[in-house]
Write a protein that binds this ligand. Structure first.
Ligand SMILES: Cc1cc2nc3c(=O)[nH]c(=O)nc-3n(C[C@H](O)[C@H](O)[C@H](O)COP(=O)(O)O)c2cc1C
Length: 177
């Protein structure tokens, strides 16, 4: 099984989750993990090859969905250290131009969200899932959320382990949809 994990991340939590998912999938075959702007900059970076058995796409939830230029700008303004990881496009823009091979691609989406007492509505993972399904993708799992503290205070304890486990389940085809 060959897998491609594409992520967007401002402060590093979604990046860490993407890498942990890839670690979980690795025993099942080659996995490539790449930041969305870096992938988009490659020739053919929005064309998914028929050799990709599983496409995993994730990003931070911003303003109840996938980030937009204005939410990324806001995130950058308040970034600890002054810079963000995804300083160009986000998964919304990449997905807007992505092409899947004939017959679609198996896919799964994830996001990160702030843990709060009263659950906030909206999820980048759900929105990305809807988009990929709409262009002929074949869901391998329900959209998955991993939790962070505040906007940039890091992952909730146990989320890296949960991401590794989810990656392993995805790779073995166990995740229900
Ligand atoms: C502009 C902005 C809007 C946000 N909106 C939401 C939101 O609607 N719901 C939510 O749960 N978290 C929201 N967050 C928190 C992000 O989900 C959090 O910063 C992200 O998961 C951290 O991942 P990263 O370190 O990969 O950037 C927002 C953060 C920013 C910067």
């Amino acid at each position: 099984m060959a897998a491609l994990v594409v992520y967007e991340s401002m402060y590093g939590s979604t990046q860490a989750i993407a890498e942990a998912i890839a670690e979980g999938m690795a025993p099942a075959g080659p996995v490539r993990v790449i930041e969305v702007g870096a992938l988009a900059a490659e020739p053919g970076g929005s064309v998914i090859s028929g050799d990709v058995d599983l496409l995993v796409v994730g990003g931070p939830t911003h303003a109840f969905g996938m980030s937009r230029p204005n939410t990324r700008l806001e995130a950058a303004k308040t970034a600890p250290g002054g810079s963000v990881i995804s300083s160009g496009i986000g998964i919304r823009e990449w997905l807007g131009g992505v092409a899947l091979p004939d017959g679609g691609t198996r896919f799964a989406t994830f996001d990160t969200k702030t843990v709060v007492k009263v659950k906030l509505p909206g999820s980048a993972a759900k929105a990305a899932h809807k988009h990929l399904r709409g262009i002929g993708g074949r869901p391998a799992a329900d959209p998955k959320t991993f939790w962070v503290h505040g906007k940039s205070d890091g992952l909730v304890e146990g989320e890296l382990e949960a991401a590794r486990a989810w990656g392993a389940e995805l790779a073995s085809g166990l995740v229900r949809v």
